[in-house]
Design a protein around this ligand. Structure first.
Ligand code: PLP
Length: 373
């Protein structure tokens, strides 16, 4: 039977085994496991790739959000605008610091945060915005930064999914994640630049913020056992850094492979009745971290694909305003209609650089067969 995983790292590892093995063995030979030389090298290479002044490796994208929220003051009653349709960590970072997440609906076409809705929900207590660049494109950052300037807000860019994406701001193309005061990335294995375990990155152009981030990741100290802040233990593991450097060297090839596969999906699924696709807004050069469709009878389709050996995934089945832990925010079903509809229809199809064209064709044939009956 044909089996097409939603995601696998095993093909990549098999193809570049010698490089990955040498990288990991190098760390073991040196024994510099905590903030070793590979971490500093990865930080330099990421900063150069992204066009950011400073990059700091941390333990995960989720930790990066908590450190960023803490440093920017998104805590203790501060209201922070953040989408209801996103991964949990984009919002929990504020909630866990006793800040107040102000949830915002999404644009029905692009699925990014609806900035008109965001502006409507601003109050005197609004301190910041966490735009989340979802799936393949950035939240319109020109408008986010204009809003932030107009209302004196801080911005923490959740670019966990957005490594390599470009967007236009102030007439220039910039990497998503490098526009606001602080941007964060996740190196979760499925990501465009994904490790073989957890890790993440924070970037900034501001030297003072950079020093604070570096200090926060080691318990708020810049000199051992001298603590200026109550920080965290959140360091990017040296082994992961070594693996990520192998992958960063070819990340543009991986991005190009994803683009080719996405174009193949789009072309082959274009005529399937009832299917819709999120639109890429102008001012973006997308990176296809995920290929999503908006599918009628989504759960039946996913079950049908599973029967045919095809993996798929739902990002995200429940919007954050309907999560049990956020009941205290006082929302109910119907409050964010666009996000609720998206959660019922969205389905991610397999996409990773080593996926073959014939596998994409098989997936498309099965999706077509499902709808054509
Ligand atoms: C939008 C978004 N924010 C935050 C995260 C958290 O990153 P991590 O899994 O590295 O903690 C993820 C990914 O999982 C994500 O997709």
């Amino acid at each position: 039977m044909t089996v097409i995983p939603f995601y696998t790292s095993t093909r990549e590892y098999a193809a570049r085994k010698a490089e990955f093995d040498a990288a990991v063995q190098g760390v073991m030979a040196r024994g510099d496991f905590i903030l070793g030389s590979e971490v500093a090298e990865l930080e330099k290479e990421c900063a150069a790739y992204l066009g950011a002044k400073y990059a700091v490796g941390v333990a995960s994208g989720s930790d990066a959000l908590v450190l960023g929220a803490d440093i920017l003051g998104f805590r203790d009653g501060a209201e922070v605008l953040t989408p209801t349709f996103t991964f949990f960590a984009s919002t929990s970072c504020v909630a866990r610091l006793d800040g107040k997440p102000i949830l915002v609906d999404q644009d029905p076409e692009t699925l990014e945060m609806d900035l008109k809705d965001a502006e409507r929900r601003m109050t005197k207590r609004t301190a910041g915005i966490i735009p989340v660049h979802l799936f393949n494109q950035a939240t319109p950052m020109q408008r986010v930064m204009d809003l932030a300037r107009k209302h004196g807000l801080k911005v923490l860019e959740d670019a966990a999914e957005a490594f390599g994406m470009d967007c236009q701001v102030d007439g220039r193309w910039k990497k998503a994640g490098t526009i606001a005061e602080i941007g964060i990335y996740s190196f979760f294995p499925t990501k465009t630049l994904g490790g073989y375990g957890d890790s993440g990155l924070m970037v900034t152009d501001d030297e003072e913020l950079y020093r604070k981030i570096k200090s926060y990741r080691v318990h708020g100290s810049s000199v051992k056992y001298h603590h200026d802040y109550i920080g965290y233990n959140s360091r990017l593991d040296t082994m992961q850094a070594a693996i990520l450097r192998v992958k960063l060297a070819r990340v543009d090839e991986a991005i190009a492979a994803r683009a080719r596969l996405a174009a193949r999906y789009a072309e082959r699924l274009a005529a399937v009745p009832g299917l819709r696709f999120p639109k890429v807004a102008e001012g973006n050069r997308p990176v296809w971290y995920v290929f999503n469709i908006l599918a009628p009878k989504r759960d039946e389709l996913a079950a049908f694909l599973k029967e045919k050996g095809i993996g798929s995934s739902i990002y995200y089945p429940i919007p954050l305003h309907l999560q049990k832990c956020f009941a205290y925010l006082g929302h109910k079903k119907g409050d964010f209609p666009v996000a609720e509809r998206t959660c019922a229809e969205i389905l991610a199809l397999p996409i990773f650089p080593e996926l073959r064209d014939d596998e994409v064709d098989y997936v498309c044939d099965q999706v077509t067969a499902f709808y054509r009956g």
